[in-house]
Design a protein around this ligand. Structure first.
Ligand code: CP
Length: 308
């Protein structure tokens, strides 16, 4: 059986992404139209790694579509703890659910699961690799905040090496026009070489790398802050040394554009102070809300459903 999965953001065409954004906008404006769209359908959320936003927004999305939800939020409460493989877990759950959202610490685990699943698999984050539904959330947010998905300068700041949300969003934006990429990180957390070569340089896209947020900020239209991820480090001393490299506070925003859009996939630790939260340029909690609607649209697309 051939399912429609979302493992990598490039599994969706540009037209499909634009269609998801249009559908999400309609869902925000007319939620009642979609309240029974997934009646009698079940979403399973299989989270082998911690999550607040992704798991709960998927569940909230399915409930808003009139469907049901089941799943687990940690590997320890599933038969994984008894040695069951991811593939066997997914084959089992696909007997109970119509679609599966899966997060796993191992890169490629959702891809492997999709090879044996009877139902569509959505990658809800695999290790330091990809996070395509966060990218859909980011694109909807950029579209809502800036009114376009082309022609802007975006700065990615923080952990660009292990930041799966960065990797997926760079991939998605590389297919748009007029995007200038600025990568702001310490030397140890630079964007992986494979992404520079296979996505940016292959497509002749211009990018700059710097370690200075202060130097970059005045020219940015969008600033995508990220957390230095403790869970990806092998060495605690390296994490402690790098974790507070960038801290965005009101003073650093003084030279920024008045219509700067500040994004962050969240959770944050210290990299954006709470004093920034009331700045109208802080879009990250609106970004969280958008995550529910774009996931509603995605569930419908992968299940082949249309609103009545
Ligand atoms: N953005 C994101 O993936 O957040 P969670 O880890 O809380 O799901």
């Amino acid at each position: 059986m051939s399912n429609r999965n979302l493992i990598d953001i490039t599994d969706l065409t540009l037209a499909e992404i634009d269609g998801l954004i249009d559908t999400a906008e309609d869902m925000i404006a007319n939620p009642a139209k979609y309240q029974s769209a997934c009646a009698h359908k079940q979403l399973a959320t299989l989270f082998f790694e911690p999550s607040t936003r992704t798991r709960l927004s998927f569940e909230s999305a399915m409930l808003a579509l009139g469907g049901g939800v089941l799943g687990f939020s940690e590997a320890a409460s599933s038969s994984t703890a008894k040695g069951e493989t991811v593939v066997d877990t997914v084959r089992t759950v696909s007997c109970y659910a119509d679609i599966i959202a899966m997060r796993h610490p191992k890169e490629g685990a959702p891809f492997a699961a999709a090879q044996r699943s009877e139902v569509p698999i959505i990658n809800a984050g695999d290790g330091g690799h990809n996070h395509p539904t966060q990218t859909l959330t980011d694109l909807l947010t950029i579209h809502r905040e800036k009114g376009r998905l082309d022609d802007f300068t975006i700065g990615f700041c923080g952990d660009l090496k292990f930041g799966r949300t960065v990797h997926s969003l760079v991939n998605a934006l590389s297919r748009r026009t007029g995007i200038n990429f600025v990568f702001i990180s310490p030397e140890e957390l630079k964007l992986p070489q494979y992404l520079k070569e296979s996505v940016l340089e292959k497509n002749h896209l211009a990018y700059q790398e710097t370690d200075s947020l202060e130097d970059a900020i005045p020219r940015l239209d969008i600033l995508y802050m990220t957390r230095v991820q403790k869970e990806r480090f092998f060495n605690e001393a390296d994490y402690v040394r790098l974790k507070d490299t960038y801290v965005l506070d009101p003073e650093k925003l003084i030279p920024a554009k008045e219509d700067l859009c500040i994004l962050h996939p969240l959770p944050r630790v210290n990299e954006i102070t709470v004093a920034v939260d009331n700045d109208p340029r802080a879009c990250y909690f609106r970004q969280v809300k958008n995550g529910k609607y774009i996931r509603m649209a995605l569930i419908m697309l992968l299940l082949g459903l249309r609103a009545e």
